[in-house]
Write a protein that binds this ligand. Sequence first.
Ligand SMILES: [Zn+2]
Length: 220
Amino acid sequence: MAESASDRFARWRLQDLLLRHSGLRIMPNSGDDLLLAGDLPFRATGPDGRTVEDCYAIEIRVQSTFPRGIPTVRETGGRIAPAFHKLEGDLLCLGARTEIQIQLATAPTLLGFVDRLVIPYLFGHSYHEAHGVMPFGELEHGRDGLLQYFASLFRAPSRAAARVFVHLTSLRRRVANKEPCPCGSHRRLGRCHNRQVNRLRKLLGRSWFRGEFNAIATDE
Ligand SMILES: [Zn+2]
């Protein structure tokens, strides 16, 4: 039997979200999507210890495929310029897709989505307004940005090493463990950074990383 909307909302912990962020409301919506809108006030501290307190008017559209499907978020108060990290259709670009998948796989609830992805994005915007730079640094666009992201995810010594880490995560564990570890230790992966690779392979699956490897392996 198909899951009812109320079962789905319970699984997504919708009530937790509405309690924690009481400015958000469920909006009338004709389709199957859950539409949430309202004010999202927050207080967050960056890696440099500087705190930002701010509030944005936002709209979140959640498809029934959540958490596999990523909700779309729009800022409706007109504060965030189109040139700031956005996707097509004025949607907020919440981060590298692997990072979004990692956060959603770790906390597959609406509260997890808002607290781990939406608020950090809004915090980044406010911080950028105040200080002219992004609090966590900034990713380049396209393939370079992906390689840069994977280098930090795997704490790889170079982008070339990051690419090998992604490839190893797309392979079966037993096969990958026999390969040299990309960190440069001259040990096999199975005797070096295997835990890090195993954790990500288990979290998102080999095929996810195969797709990402194809995205970063293509020549421009
Ligand atoms: Zn290693």
